[in-house]
Design a protein around this ligand. Structure first.
Ligand SMILES: [Zn+2]
Length: 148
């Protein structure tokens, strides 16, 4: 079962609270990374581990690639020609090898943002493993010592 990351109050709070403290999170190869990681408390780390999938979704929502696609959608811009197999049918970006058809994770997030719908944690399965790592997301992939 996948829950809505935007409706996870703990995940939403930790991302906002860290941003207020000047700590920026990013997602790489299924791991969360943080700037100023040395300022994270044990409680911060425990919360990030517990809610890792929801936090990853929230971080990816704020990524420039999601924002660019949302802006393109809102401006009515899209592909003029059908995408080739293995490419996102909305932006044309190459899809993860295991997904021959469909929409990339960035476009899926942008579409859900535009629609105002829930954003289930399993949206992570649409992303390339270079970003979200092998599925499913596990709490072990928390590499907060690496600056983002
Ligand atoms: Zn796309």
């Amino acid at each position: 079962m996948s829950s809505d990351a935007l409706s996870n109050p703990v995940a939403v709070h930790i991302v906002a609270a860290l941003a207020d403290r000047g700590i920026r999170l990013s997602v790489r190869r299924g791991m969360l990374a943080a700037t100023r990681a040395q300022e994270l408390t044990d409680e911060d780390r425990a919360t990030l581990r517990q809610y890792k999938a929801a936090v990853m979704v929230l971080v990816l929502l704020g990524d420039a690639r999601t924002r660019e696609r949302l802006a393109a959608r809102q401006a009515g811009r899209g592909l003029l020609e059908p995408a080739a197999a293995g490419h996102c049918h909305t932006c044309g970006e190459r899809l993860p090898r295991r997904r021959p058809l469909g929409r990339c994770g960035w476009c899926a997030l942008a579409a859900r943002l535009e629609a105002g719908g829930p954003i289930p944690e399993d949206v992570l399965t649409l992303f390339d493993p270079a970003i979200v790592g092998p599925q499913p997301v596990t709490p072990e992939g928390l590499d907060l010592a690496v600056p983002a």
